[in-house]
Design a protein around this ligand. Structure first.
Ligand code: CA
Ligand code: CA
Length: 204
C-alpha cells in the first residue's frame, strides 16, 4: 500500500507563495494608482481646455462689437499689452453712432503666482462693475521670459499671460489678437499650461 509522505505545504513553498502574492499585490496597487493618476490628469486637462476656450470666447464676444476707433492701446506685434479698453457700438440714432459705456479687459494680479482675467463694465462710472472670467493666468505667456526675445516663437516679445495686439488689414479693418495661457496643477503638483491665440475683427 502506497503511503503519501507529503501532508500540507513545505516552508519553502509557503515562502514562494507569499513572495508571489506580495508581488501581485504591489503590481495591482501600482496599476490602480497609475490609473487614478491618469484619470485625475485627464479631468485636469479637460478643465484646463474648457477654461481656455470659455475665457477666449468671452473676450472675443466682448470685442466683436467694439468700435475700432475706440480700442486702446493699439499696439502691433512684436509688442503687446495685458489690458485693452474699448467702447461697444450700440447702433445709429438720428445719423449719429451711439457708443456704450467704457469697458476694460485686463490681467489682474492675485496673491498667488497666477493672476485673473477680469472684465470691467462702465469703467470709471458710478455703476462700474468687475467680473472675473478666469483665475489661472500666469504672469508670462507659456515658454516666454523677460529677455527682449521671442522665446516661444509666436511673433511677440516678452508677452504677458494675457496679451492683446492689433493688426490693420489692407481694407482698413482692424483685428485684435488675443493670446492666452491658462495654467492648472496636475495630480503630482506640477503646473501644466495650455495656450492659444485667436483674433477678432472690430467694427469700423
Ligand atoms: Ca513670444
Ligand atoms: Ca522673452
Amino acid at each position: 500500500m502506497k503511503v503519501n509522505s507529503r501532508s500540507g505545504f513545505t516552508l519553502i513553498e509557503v515562502l514562494i507563495a507569499s513572495v508571489i502574492f506580495a508581488l501581485i499585490s504591489i503590481n495591482i496597487a501600482m496599476v490602480t494608482r497609475a490609473g487614478s493618476h491618469a484619470t485625475a490628469n485627464g479631468v485636469m486637462h479637460e478643465l484646463l481646455n474648457s477654461e481656455l476656450d470659455l475665457t477666449l470666447d468671452r473676450i472675443k464676444l466682448a470685442l466683436m462689437s467694439a468700435s475700432a476707433d475706440n480700442v486702446y492701446p493699439q499696439v502691433s506685434a512684436p509688442a503687446s499689452n495685458d489690458r485693452i479698453d474699448f467702447n461697444t457700438s450700440l447702433g445709429v440714432q438720428s445719423g449719429v453712432h451711439v457708443m456704450g459705456d467704457p469697458e476694460r479687459i485686463e490681467w489682474s494680479p492675485t496673491e498667488n503666482e497666477v493672476g485673473r482675467v477680469v472684465w470691467t463694465q462702465s469703467l470709471g462710472l458710478p455703476n462700474e462693475r468687475t467680473i472675473q472670467w478666469s483665475k489661472s493666468i500666469p504672469t508670462m505667456q507659456n515658454k516666454e521670459i523677460i529677455n527682449l526675445s521671442d522665446d516661444n516663437a509666436n511673433g511677440l516679445v516678452d508677452e504677458p499671460g494675457l496679451s492683446f495686439h492689433v493688426q490693420h488689414a489692407s481694407n482698413k479693418e482692424m483685428q485684435v489678437y488675443i493670446t492666452l495661457t491658462v495654467t492648472k496643477t496636475d495630480s503630482s503638483g506640477r503646473p501644466v499650461p495650455a495656450n492659444r491665440q485667436v483674433n477678432v475683427t472690430c467694427r469700423n
